[in-house]
Design a protein around this ligand. Structure first.
Ligand SMILES: Cc1cc2nc3c(=O)[nH]c(=O)nc-3n(C[C@H](O)[C@H](O)[C@H](O)COP(=O)(O)OP(=O)(O)OC[C@H]3O[C@@H](n4cnc5c(N)ncnc54)[C@H](O)[C@@H]3O)c2cc1C
Length: 331
């Protein structure tokens, strides 16, 4: 598909339109662009212009021809996330490093084109959706584990490393990365940072932000900054690392992550207890914690969840009809 063909005004470019009120509308579009300059950001709900051939050419010059696409089939693949909503981008770009990310953001900021960072697209908040067109910036080429430092229990990774792959890599070395979003088999560490993701183990271990020591981030204006460091003690200055964790891609694009690791727990036990009532199960949870036992996760499962779609119970023969159930896993 040629650049611009997505839009009803074809390749006519930004701020143009094809009926009599032409000049008024051109002025409005200019105003939008000025507004964007005043408040540089990576997405702009006021953007309504179409990308031009020159815009696509500029992106190609930054990342190489094969790392930018505006084919409809490709755009569709990057138009949705875990929310199952869909918004078509005008281009998808695949930078290889922070320098290329920086050049893309500088260009987009000057041209007034919104940019939407994207990891694996499994998010449930809609943050990677190109709600106003523009550019989806996929981190997927930045997918290397750069270093696992077994002496200092620190790792340095690029943002598109899959969480589960990273966990397995450190476990082979006797180390442990606790955050366990249920999407860990496919979500990216960059996406986990941007969403401050956490799974059942956060009862004991906390969420992603508790394991991020430092970041390399490209700001919306294209500056490459680093936050935090590689040591547990980092007391000086504003805590920009924590600010960026959970910011859903609105403050910058994470291009490198410094991660704190723990020793791999030597043993892990899972227990299952069944209760006649929800109140009984809830009381057991507070009793466990008030006895200073912090399980890595505590899951409450109701009887309907334990039944399969056909209504038969799995491994629960003899259980009373109205049971609830708490399971605990304690490494
Ligand atoms: C089946 C399923 C189970 C899930 N379970 C959990 C769970 O247990 N706990 C939980 O917390 N979440 C869960 N999620 C939500 C989702 O997986 C997480 O939010 C995950 O962290 C998103 O990672 P991603 O790589 O898919 O990011 P994306 O969906 O691509 O992006 C998510 C947000 O992060 C931003 N972003 C992505 N990469 C970067 C980057 N490098 N720099 C800056 N911003 C960036 C995007 O702009 C967007 O705002 C689940 C989702 C699914 C589909």
């Amino acid at each position: 598909m040629p650049p611009g063909a997505l839009h009803s005004d074809g390749e006519s470019g930004k701020g143009t339109c094809i009926f009599q009120g032409q000049y008024i509308i051109v002025l409005l579009c200019c105003f939008e662009k000025c507004w964007f300059h005043e408040y540089p950001g990576m997405c702009c709900s006021y953007y309504s212009a179409a990308m031009t051939k020159d815009d696509y050419k500029t992106l190609e010059n930054i990342v190489g021809k094969s790392h930018v696409t505006w084919e409809t089939a490709d755009l569709l693949c990057y138009s949705y996330d875990g929310t199952r909503q869909s918004f078509m981008p005008e281009a998808v770009v695949f930078p290889a490093n922070a320098q290329e990310v920086s050049e893309i953001l500088q260009f987009a900021n000057t041209a007034g084109i919104p940019v939407f960072p994207r990891g694996a697209g499994s998010g449930l908040t809609g943050g990677s959706l190109p709600t106003s067109g523009g550019i989806v910036l996929s981190t997927e080429r930045m997918n290397q584990i750069l270093r696992i430092d077994t002496e200092n229990l620190v790792a340095v990774v690029e943002p598109a490393v899959v969480t589960g792959v990273f966990q397995k890599s450190v476990e082979k070395l006797g180390l442990f990365y606790p955050p366990d979003p249920a999407s860990l088999a496919f979500s990216s560490l960059g996406g986990n940072v941007a969403e401050n993701a956490g799974g059942p183990r956060c009862v004991k271990y906390g969420t992603t932000k508790d394991y991020i020591l430092g970041l390399e981030v490209v700001t919306p204006t294209g500056d490459i900054i680093t936050t935090g460091g590689q040591t547990m003690k980092g007391v000086v200055g504003y805590d920009l690392t924590k600010l960026i964790c959970g910011s859903e891609g609105t403050l910058g694009i994470v291009t490198k992550i410094i991660i704190r690791l723990l020793p791999l727990p030597e043993a892990r036990k899972t227990m299952l207890a069944m209760f006649h009532s929800i109140q009984g199960a809830a009381k057991a949870v507070s009793t466990i914690i008030s006895n200073k036992i912090i399980p890595s996760c505590l899951e409450f499962i109701d009887k309907y969840t334990l039944e399969d779609p056909g209504g038969r119970r799995r491994n629960m023969e003899g259980a009373p009809d109205d049971f609830s159930c708490a399971a605990q896993d304690q490494p």
